[in-house]
Design a binder for this molecule. Structure first.
Ligand SMILES: O=C(O)[C@H]1O[C@H](OP(=O)(O)OP(=O)(O)OC[C@H]2O[C@@H](n3ccc(=O)[nH]c3=O)[C@H](O)[C@@H]2O)[C@H](O)[C@@H](O)[C@H]1O
Length: 442
């Protein structure tokens, strides 16, 4: 009975397909049974061999294609990185030996300006940027070309790529990291929340891991945001005010960044400076920002949407010109104390600083529009609508006493003056061929 049971176990699961031969000698059945088991074994062996061959071939192709597709690595690449990272200050220069700075988000708006300014004063700079499609990547590529023409090399890669970061720190002992790579934009956070977590949280942690493992550890200066003040209504916003009531996911990720960097400062002795930027604008700016998209729409004769606060109160921003922000960033790098850790271990307390970098002169959005109208000589088609509940705050206004005191930060550009420079750049970059406009008022 047992043999029959075993035999039945070996039958195909679909009854009726095979005629079961129950008669005949048991030995013949057993012989057949062992013969078919042997064949099955051989087939199984063959299949295992085929699968193994396929898998190893697939893995070879995968690894090789990844190797060949990688936009970084190799001796030539390392030479480019070293050359770009080398300070070029004249020997005996009053400003010292020069910094060697890794700038993340180097093909971004603030990243490009800071990289150029560092390069111009003789510091070494290597950029990293993932050239994502949040806004027109051709603008980022044009910024990269501008940087290349000044000897700044920008690696195409993501700060979430720990292997790439480790490699960069292996090749160059960076003295500083200027971390500007981020998912920006207050209102876009409702459309694509995951991108904020990817760049502003996971990417930040990945970068800090590489910094704390590096030997020597660099000092880190990074971009936080005025948006961390959220629902705070004490003005002007000072670093001591509450920042635990963000109004957008963007703000929440920047606030989280302040806490995360504090942890790395506390545990690993990383020197950290967080800069709360206030609505930075200027040439080579971000097309998603209001001053930029308003300019584009006004020139194209398209309507613009102007948000208005409760009770018909105009929204206002402490718009800050890019050159002032660059000075604040460079002063932060110059005054950042050293990190104290080695081999992932803290040797002593390291500086942890946070500064507002604003203009201390808020301007309403309708005033911004009227300045643009004047420079562009075109009347805007305005749709004024109530501010939607999309993360916006009604106004921002920076108290910059701390930055003034410790960084000698002193913004000098009014919105009027800054927009003039922006419009001049915009027209030279994108062109404007309506014929009748001469723009000699710029
Ligand atoms: O300081 C910051 O930390 C942030 O600054 C910037 O955010 P915001 O201050 O919101 O700038 P921006 O979008 O130019 O809107 C300006 C004004 O125009 C209003 N606005 C905007 C769009 C529109 O269509 N209409 C409108 O009225 C709008 O309601 C607002 O009142 C950065 O984008 C952000 O990445 C972050 O760095």
């Amino acid at each position: 009975m047992r043999v029959v049971a075993d035999e039945e176990d070996m039958l195909p699961s679909t009854p009726g397909k095979v005629k079961i031969e129950r008669s005949g000698a048991m030995s013949r059945q057993l012989h057949r049974c062992f013969a078919s088991t042997g064949t099955m074994f051989l087939w199984a062996l063959f299949l295992v061999a085929m699968t193994a061959t396929y898998l190893s071939f697939h893995s070879f192709v995968d690894t090789s294609s990844r190797y060949f597709a990688a936009s970084w690595g190799g001796l030539h690449w390392e030479r480019q990185i070293r050359a770009s990272a080398s300070p070029r200050r004249p020997p005996g220069s009053a400003e010292g030996a020069g910094l060697s700075v890794l700038v993340t988000g180097a093909a971004g708006f603030v990243g490009t300006h800071c990289s150029l300014a560092l390069r111009k004063r003789g510091d070494g700079v290597v950029g990293i940027d993932n050239f994502n499609k949040y806004y027109d990547p051709s603008l980022k590529k044009a910024r990269r070309a501008l940087l290349a023409s000044h000897g700044v090399f920008v690696v195409e890669g993501d700060i979430n790529d720990g292997r790439l970061l480790t490699k960069l720190f292996d090749v160059v002992p960076f003295t500083h990291v200027l971390h500007l790579a981020a998912q920006a934009g207050v209102r876009y956070a409702m459309e694509n929340p995951a991108s904020y977590v990817h760049s502003n949280i996971a990417g930040l942690v990945s970068l800090l891991e590489a910094c704390k493992d590096a030997d020597p550890q660099p000092a880190v200066v990074w971009a936080s945001s005025s948006s961390v003040y959220g629902l705070n209504d004490a003005v002007p916003f000072s670093e001591a005010h509450r920042t635990d009531r963000p109004a957008s996911l963007y703000a929440a990720t920047k606030k989280a960044g302040e806490e995360i960097t504090h942890t790395y400062n506390h545990i690993y002795g990383l020197s950290v400076t967080g800069l709360r930027f206030f609505t930075v604008y200027g040439p080579w700016g971000r097309p998603d920002m209001a001053y930029f998209s308003f300019t584009r729409n006004i020139l194209q004769g398209k309507p613009i949407t102007v948000y208005r606060g409760k009770d018909h109160v105009d929204l206002a921003r402490d718009f800050t010109y890019i050159d002032d922000i660059v000075r604040g960033c460079l002063a932060s790098l110059d005054t950042a104390g050293r990190s104290t850790g080695t081999g992932g271990r803290k040797r002593g307390p390291a500086p942890y600083r946070i500064f507002n970098l604003g203009n201390t002169a808020p301007v309403t959005v309708p005033t911004l529009v009227s300045i643009l109208e004047r420079y562009l000589r075109v009347k805007a088609k305005k749709n004024v609508v109530e501010m939607p509940g999309n993360g916006d705050v009604p106004f921002t206004h920076a108290n910059i006493s701390l930055a003034r005191e410790q960084l000698e930060y002193k913004p000098t550009t009014s919105l009027e003056m800054g927009l003039k420079k922006f419009v001049r750049w915009y027209l030279s970059y994108y062109g404007y061929n309506r014929g009748t406009h001469t723009f000699n008022n710029l």
